[in-house]
Structure formats: C-alpha cells, structure tokens
Design a protein. Structure first.
Length: 74
C-alpha cells in the first residue's frame, strides 16, 4: 500500500489525461466517466490518505483505531 501511495502520481496523471479527453467527448458514456474521474481525483487528493491510514491500522491491529491512536505513515 505504501508503494502505491508513493507512486500515486502515475494514477493522477492518467486520470488527468483521460478527463481532459473524455469531458469534451461526443460520447455520453465518456462524458459520464469523466465526471467519475473528477470525483476520484478529488478523493485521491483529499480523504484517501486518511482512509488508507485507518485501513492500515486495522490490518495491523485487527481493530479500528480509537480517538488518539496514532495512525501509520504512508
């Protein structure tokens, strides 16, 4: 997971390129997919880090973190 997080720029670049192409497409399905890509990019740049940290904590401890528990670094 940490390796993927460090290399997330590749995912970001792919999303950005596809969004640029699809949001002006003549095809409705591609325009709809572009909306989903924009949403995922917002998630990638926002809450995903915290969610991955909570998930990593859960994998390591077999329990969800409580308030005040230190979350693992990505």
């Amino acid at each position: 997971m940490r390796e993927w997080w460090r290399d997330r720029g590749r995912v970001r670049d792919w999303i950005t390129a596809k969004h640029r192409q699809w949001h002006v497409s003549d095809r409705a399905d591609e325009r709809e997919a572009a909306t989903g890509l924009a949403d995922y990019l917002t998630y990638l740049d926002g809450d995903l880090k915290h969610h991955l940290q909570v998930y990593s904590y859960f994998l390591d401890n077999h329990a969800s973190p409580a308030a005040g528990n230190r979350l693992p670094l990505l």
